[in-house]
Design a protein around this ligand. Structure first.
Ligand SMILES: CCCCCCCC(=O)CC(=O)SCCNC(=O)CCNC(=O)[C@H](O)C(C)(C)COP(=O)(O)OP(=O)(O)OC[C@H]1O[C@@H](n2cnc3c(N)ncnc32)[C@H](O)[C@@H]1OP(=O)(O)O
Ligand SMILES: NC(=O)C1=CN([C@@H]2O[C@H](COP(=O)(O)OP(=O)(O)OC[C@H]3O[C@@H](n4cnc5c(N)ncnc54)[C@H](O)[C@@H]3O)[C@@H](O)[C@H]2O)C=CC1
Length: 661
């Protein structure tokens, strides 16, 4: 039982209320044994906690995921669980919403017995064995709370953790407050639980998080402009895969494949690189084995320099340097080495997948599988299809992503695909704000206050500033031979901020060099500190270019960065790079640390109000006519003209045939 039907939350609810039902079961004179198979989540676990005993199958999973939907467990979960397993363990489960295995549930004391057999049959036998035992001590609501001496401290720390993890989300904080009420007699605690739930139930955050839940499932029902879609395309089985290039990304991808039980051929260019990769990959795998407490066949991965092993694989994922010529050459080689049916996938973050496809003998079997760093942790996968990708190839990549535990989103090929394409105007605005008077920490703090996991400059330092520098050089925006613009700097006719290039020229590439937009403890450090050198550098830059610095407020930072990103999102929709705006929200929430409690950038635009987004873009465009990314997209204008329809109707307003494919 996985809890409430979430779709009901936006409709008037019918049927008996859960709390009196659970109370009645608990108060009954007949012993009730919960037999748990599969899932006991949310209301499902709360019902089980109202039973007198709990027997779980070894494969069962238990949890209270309400917080991920913007809610708290409100059928007694916040009152019974701390009484059963103590405050610290209950707080952990309720604030994170994480699921625990039956084995862990036994250790925690949530279940009385774990079985490999049919849980129902075992529960019946168990019930017979306890039929004469008194039930008084089995009713959790009557248990006195297990208050340790340092409970105040535990609650304080939990509250701090909830604020920090939540990044503005209300539900984690409400979870702590509800659990805190478990120190009170049960009936008073329940009143507090109900009060907090009523506050959250109709909140915009809960609606946004529930939208995220359904969006992450909706993207599985992918379609392509040619009519191919998830229910008319068949995925191929992947019995063996290869990863070529075992750098930052390739290592993480190899780990994902092995954890999913897929044998992997892992390839590098030379023995030294191969050895370095082997050490890291094996260490990561061993850590996972310990964490998951599962048996994993570490022999599933074969490290090699020899291409002949590629003959046996069903799918290759290429993750070599971001260099089109190198990748094209490799794809041409793969065409002759691999079996003619082998799928050839690239992890490129922005190169033209169509061009790579043309370098092969099987363009229909070429797709992008764009993982996000760290690939073994981030749950997002962009599956990039070209005009020639076969439905079977797309279906296989989508299915493989799901098998690896990712949420896969099918997107058409275009520069930067979806995520990185929308990121460009956002990063660009941040650079302009520095020119106009802001500091990196002011910009980042506004964005982090909004709820982004990391501000733009901290994020750039983490990924490495040379990544974007290389892209800008390849695009002819900077580098030797490119004429430097006048005031304000311009390139290719538009405003261009060279600040990031200048920082790179100083050898400041971010965390890896110990400094970038911030200062770190040393190369590879993580603690970002404001850097007086950067402040002086910015002041000097403004002085040289005659820029009068002005004070820039939080609102302007948010509007310019976020609305520019959203505006590009509308352009992505116009170009039909995806078939549904929910895809953009899923990509941003799962791949870019966008706060889930705002639904994602496009949902957020709807909540702010499309006329407001349009109005502010028009305003900033008047002030900065040389920044094309601030020019409102045609789709945004059209939607506002049509009265700002809800997000699920946006695509109706795009003309048929506007697809870029
Ligand atoms: C003052 C008012 C007081 C109200 C008190 C109410 C108190 C409560 O009772 C509170 C609650 O329980 S809130 C609900 C808590 N439960 C959850 O969050 C579980 C959500 N579901 C899952 O984790 C996975 O779907 C699950 C693990 C279950 C299955 O995963 P799979 O990967 O096998 O399958 P999915 O692709 O995720 O799902 C299959 C289809 O089922 C839909 N769905 C799943 N859970 C749902 C749920 N709880 N409600 C509605 N629809 C749900 C899912 O959308 C998908 O649908 P389709 O895409 O159409 O196939
Ligand atoms: N680093 C990131 O955050 C992300 C990178 N990507 C993409 O993933 C790809 C790889 O990026 P990183 O892992 O960051 O690069 P990296 O520089 O860390 O690793 C590349 C690896 O490929 C190896 N290599 C080069 N040529 C090879 C060949 N012919 N055969 C076998 N191995 C070869 C190199 O020895 C190196 O170990 C790039 O296309 C990049 O754009 C995609 C998403 C995120």
């Amino acid at each position: 039982m996985s809890g409430a039907d979430i779709r009901e939350f936006s409709r008037p609810m019918t049927g008996p209320a859960l709390v009196p039902l659970i109370d009645a079961i608990e108060a009954g004179e007949k012993p009730v044994v919960a037999a748990i198979e599969g899932m006991a989540l949310g209301g499902g676990l709360e019902l089980a906690l109202g039973c007198h005993y709990r027997i779980a199958h070894s494969k069962a999973q238990l949890g209270l995921p309400e917080v991920t939907l913007g809610l708290i467990p409100a059928a007694g979960g916040t009152q019974r669980l701390p009484r059963l397993i103590g405050f610290p363990a209950a707080l952990d489960m309720i604030i994170t919403g994480r699921r625990v295995s039956a084995g862990d549930a036994l250790k925690l004391g949530i279940v009385d017995q774990v079985t490999e057999r049919n849980a129902g049959e075992v529960a019946v036998a168990f019930a017979r064995s306890v039929v004469d035992c008194p039930l008084v001590s089995r009713r959790l609501s009557t248990w006195p709370p297990l208050c340790p001496a340092d409970l105040d401290n535990i609650l304080q720390m939990a509250l701090a953790r909830a604020w920090q993890r939540g990044r503005g989300a209300l539900a984690p904080v409400a979870c702590v407050q509800a659990v805190q009420a478990a120190r009170l007699p049960y009936s008073q605690g329940m009143q507090q639980e109900q009060k907090l739930m009523s506050m959250l139930f109709a909140s915009p955050q809960a609606r946004a998080l529930q939208y995220c839940f359904f969006s992450q499932r909706a993207v599985g029902k992918w379609s392509m402009p040619n009519g191919a879609c998830w229910d008319n395309s068949t995925a191929r089985p992947i019995r063996k895969a290869a990863v070529i290039g075992l750098g930052t990304m390739g290592r993480g991808i190899a780990v994902c494949l092995v954890l999913a039980g897929i044998p992997v051929i892992a390839m590098e260019t030379d023995e030294k690189q191969l050895e370095a990769a082997r050490r890291v990959v094996m260490a990561l795998l061993e850590k996972e084995v310990q964490k998951l407490a599962v048996g994993l066949h570490l022999g599933l991965i074969h490290f090699t320099l020899e291409q002949r092993y590629l003959r046996e694989v069903d799918l290759v994922i290429e993750a070599v340097f971001e260099d089109l010529a190198l990748k094209k050459q490799l794809f041409a080689e793969l065409s002759s080495v691999c079996h003619p049916d082998t799928l050839l996938c690239t992890n490129t973050s922005q190169l033209d997948v169509d061009q790579l496809a043309t370098a092969t003998s099987r363009p229909d079997l070429v797709v992008g599988m764009h993982f996000f760093a760290p690939a073994n942790k981030i749950k997002l996968l962009e599956v990039v299809f070209t005009s020639r990708s076969s439905p079977e190839a797309v279906a296989t990549a989508m299915q493989l992503g799901k098998w690896l535990g990712k949420v896969s989103v099918a997107v058409a090929n275009c520069p930067g695909f979806v995520g990185n394409r929308m990121l460009r105007p956002y990063v660009e605005q941040a650079g302009f704000l520095l020119e106009e008077g802001a500091t990196p920490e002011q910009v980042d703090s506004a964005l982090e206050h909004f709820g982004l996991a990391m501000g733009v400059f901290r994020m750039s330092d983490l990924s490495g500033l040379d990544v974007g520098w290389r892209v800008r050089k390849a695009a002819g925006l900077t580098g030797p031979g490119v004429p430097q613009g006048q005031l304000l700097q311009t390139q290719q006719g538009y405003r261009y901020s060279p600040l990031a290039d200048l920082i790179c020229q100083k050898g400041r590439l971010g965390q890896k060099t110990g400094c970038g937009w911030y200062l770190y403890e040393g190369p590879g450090g993580h603690m970002a500190r404001p850097d007086p050198w950067v402040h002086a550098f910015l002041e000097e830059y403004r002085r040289v270019h005659g820029l009068q610095p002005r004070s820039i407020g939080q609102q302007e930072v948010l509007e310019r960065c976020l609305f520019a990103l959203i505006n590009e999102g509308f352009r992505v929709l116009e170009d039909r790079i995806v078939m549904d705006p929910v895809a953009l929200d899923v990509i941003y929430v799962l791949g870019y640390g966008w706060p889930a409690h705002t639904g994602g950038p496009m949902y957020y635009a709807g909540e702010v109000g499309l006329p407001r987004v349009l109005g502010r873009l028009e305003y900033y465009q008047r002030v900065h006519p040389d920044i094309p990314h601030l020019r409102p997209s045609a789709l945004l204008r059209q939607l506002v003209a049509k009265g700002s329809p809800p997000i699920h109707k946006w695509m109706w307003h795009i003309e048929e045939g506007s697809s870029r494919l």
